[in-house]
Design a protein around this ligand. Structure first.
Ligand SMILES: CC(C)(COP(=O)(O)OP(=O)(O)OC[C@H]1O[C@@H](n2cnc3c(N)ncnc32)[C@H](O)[C@@H]1OP(=O)(O)O)[C@@H](O)C(=O)NCCC(=O)NCCS
Length: 173
């Protein structure tokens, strides 16, 4: 059974194995919260829950919620929901970022984590969520389109050195 949950201490071993898998694959950690230190796991959970409430966030950043996708007792994915957009997030990052652990890909979990995170976005009053992905990230584009995403633009983002796609996704579909 799939569930999207707030970070919790009991997920420690599974969460660490997800991060280890992404590192072993040599991938960029998405969302960025996967970069946070997790040696002190209770401190990580407290940090993530605090940031969702606007506590301890960097100047110029907005509150953001981190969610973990659980399949049984395994963390199979992570998402980040930015509560509002900044000028920078409008260009790159958008409202939501997500990933699925490499060994769990290709069986619909990417679509599921976005769908469930869109429900959370609706709960905080976001009617249409901005999603961005690299032009060549075909899997992510497929996930976004499957959730009703409408392409707004493709543009070169100098800061990242890539062409990105920008989609708007209704949160109530
Ligand atoms: C993007 C990501 C979350 C997709 O996860 P997933 O669990 O494999 O996704 P799903 O199984 O739900 O669906 C994947 C869709 O992408 C398609 N897809 C996968 N790889 C693809 C590729 N190389 N080319 C084209 N389509 C591809 C699949 O066919 C499927 O679409 P379909 O059902 O219409 O056939 C996963 O690849 C990931 O974590 N990537 C690294 C992080 C990342 O890029 N996050 C998004 C940042 S914007």
């Amino acid at each position: 059974m799939l569930r999207l949950v707030d970070p919790f201490v009991g997920a420690k071993d599974s969460y660490r194995s997800l991060v280890a898998e992404i590192n072993a694959a040599g991938e960029e950690r998405v969302p960025f919260t996967l970069d946070y230190p997790h040696e002190n796991f209770a401190a990580l959970v407290a940090r993530l829950l605090g940031e969702a409430r606007g506590i301890g966030i960097a100047p110029g950043w907005v509150p953001h919620s981190t969610y973990w996708l659980m399949e049984g007792d395994q963390v199979v994915g992570a998402s980040s929901l930015r509560h509002r957009l900044t000028p920078k997030l409008r260009i790159s990052g958008g409202h939501i970022g997500y990933s699925i652990r490499p060994s769990a890909r290709g069986r619909g979990l990417g679509k599921a984590i976005l769908k469930l995170t869109l429900v959370r976005a609706a709960h905080i009053g976001i009617e249409s969520a901005l999603l961005t992905c690299a032009d060549a990230n075909f899997a992510s584009a497929a996930v976004i389109v499957a959730n009703g995403g409408e392409l707004e633009a493709k543009e070169y983002v100098a800061e990242r050195g890539v062409v990105q796609r920008r989609y708007w996704v209704p949160t109530d579909s």
